[in-house]
Ligand binder design. Structure first.
Ligand code: AMP
Length: 455
């Protein structure tokens, strides 16, 4: 089995990693670390939860000269939450590298706090584009000329949020050409063009076709017409997940579901743009301390945030930006653990699920009842409507009506009723024969077209 000692890493790093509980490198780490150690610029598309943060932190820290109090590596993240997470992964290395200094610059803190203590420069700085530009470019707070490595994490999101102007401004102030490491969940053409000015590398690590880790199973759940909240409660009762994220696209839905579950005494919290920054941070901390069974959230939580041991992800709806579905599902099945992603739908609401199927997501199908989650053999295929209407019903009824009218008489002759019934039966038989003939013809036509390859 591969181990970190197989790489060209210092003993100090291997022992630090072991002490932090990292014994074997993940595939993305095996691929990125040796190249990044050589100073190569790299482009990496890898599934969430694959260990990509350490794939750049390890070589960065190895290449830092801890005796030089100068900024040497910069990690740019698209959100405060992601930046904090990277910071929390990087910070423990300080314990093993005595003079290593890691700092975090985001709007989580006042600018003055970020500016404090910069007389001794951090060697590794992590932050969000706006705040980094404010302090590094507008205030000249740190010298950028010693930067050896620039990381653009979740680059597709940096582009989506229009942060590349800030990234450009920072990049042009670095002076010499640094090693650039780009990580992105997706690499659309527009992004590749955007990145061309930073990175010439042809090397692309791609974590495979699946956009989420292969350990996530995807399920479409037909909730019929019971409504999301009731369906969710039935589902939770049946499944009783260990740790579950419930995603809703609208903030109002997040809050409504959260309130409703809280009233039912679930260990539940919510996370969405409705929360103040401080509340978000406190909530995230409690989530990571494993205080809840259920976290109701918006897509704010779907990108990159690492929450350990999520077993189930429920999407009560699908996001209009379908790309977010992959990020939602990727919150579970992290680092080799198994996960399940459940998507609620009903027959009136299948468009986005169909698009995901077209994109290759391998869903299986379930139907949710009050006490049972059962396999649905038909899934999104149109449920066949069985009609009780006979094929010639209209014509048959008219003919019988006419027959009765013709035989209408004031005087009831002997055996009249019997004769009429017999006549009616004859008409019915005629139409029965016609119906049989029609279905035989249909079967013949199907057989013919199959034999001739028309299907
Ligand atoms: P990431 O893809 O960076 O979001 O990584 C997700 C999770 O993987 C984090 O919880 C890390 O602590 C964990 N992780 C990273 N590298 C390793 C490793 N080599 N062995 C075990 N866990 C790891």
């Amino acid at each position: 089995m591969a181990s970190f000692s197989a790489f060209n890493l210092s003993e100090r790093m291997v022992s630090a990693l072991n002490k932090m509980g990292y014994q074997e490198p993940s595939p993305v780490q095996s691929s990125i670390i040796p190249r990044a150690l050589r100073g190569e610029s790299l482009l990496c598309q890898s599934p969430t939860g694959s260990g990509k943060t350490h794939s750049y932190l390890i070589p960065i820290i190895e290449r830092i000269d801890v005796n030089l109090p100068r900024l040497q590596a910069l990690v740019v993240c698209p959100s405060r939450e992601l930046a904090r997470q990277v910071y929390e992964f990087a910070k423990p290395f300080e314990k093993y590298y005595q003079r290593l200094k890691v700092r975090l610059f985001t709007s989580e803190e006042d600018k003055s706090n970020n500016q404090a203590g910069l007389t001794s420069a951090p060697q590794l700085l992590i932050g969000t584009p706006g705040r980094l530009k404010d302090i590094l470019i507008d205030e000249y707070a740190l010298d950028l000329h010693g930067i050896k490595t620039l990381v653009l994490d979740e680059a597709d999101m940096l582009m989506e949020y229009g942060y590349f102007d800030d990234v450009d401004a920072i990049y042009t102030h670095i002076g010499s050409t640094p090693q650039v490491l780009v990580f992105s969940a997706t690499l659309q053409q527009g992004l590749k063009q955007q990145l061309a000015k930073y990175i010439e590398s042809d090397f692309l690590f791609s974590g495979g076709e699946d956009k989420t880790s292969g350990d996530v199973s995807h399920h479409l759940v037909d909730i019929k017409h019971v409504g999301n909240e009731a369906a969710l409660k039935n589902f939770l009762k049946i499944r009783n997940p260990y740790l579950c994220l419930v995603f809703a696209s609208k903030k109002a839905d997040v809050r409504a579901i959260y309130e409703s579950l809280r009233q039912d005494d679930y260990a539940v919290t919510m996370y969405s743009g409705d929360l103040e920054t401080r509340e978000r941070r406190a909530t995230l901390k409690k989530i990571k301390e494993n205080r809840y069974q259920i976290i109701v959230c918006s897509d704010l939580l779907s990108r990159g945030i690492d929450i350990q041991d999520v077993t189930d992800v429920i999407s009560i709806d699908l996001p209009s930006e379908l790309e977010y579905y992959y990020h939602r599902a990727g919150r579970s099945g992290r680092f080799g653990k198994k996960g399940d992603s459940w998507v609620f739908y009903n027959a009136d609401n299948t468009k986005r699920a169909k698009l995901l199927l077209e994109q290759g997501v391998k869903f299986d199908y379930y139907t949710l009842g009050k006490d049972e989650l059962s396999v649905d053999p038909v899934g999104l295929a149109k449920k066949k409507k069985y009609t009780t209407k006979k094929p010639f019903e209209g014509e048959e009824a008219t003919e019988i009506k006419k027959l009765k009218a013709r035989n209408k008489t004031d005087k009831v002759k002997p055996a009249y009723k019997k004769k009429l019934n017999w006549e009616v039966e004859r008409v019915k038989n005629k139409y029965r024969r016609k119906a049989i003939q029609k279905s035989v013809n249909r079967a013949k036509a199907r057989k013919y077209s199959k034999e001739n390859g028309d299907e």
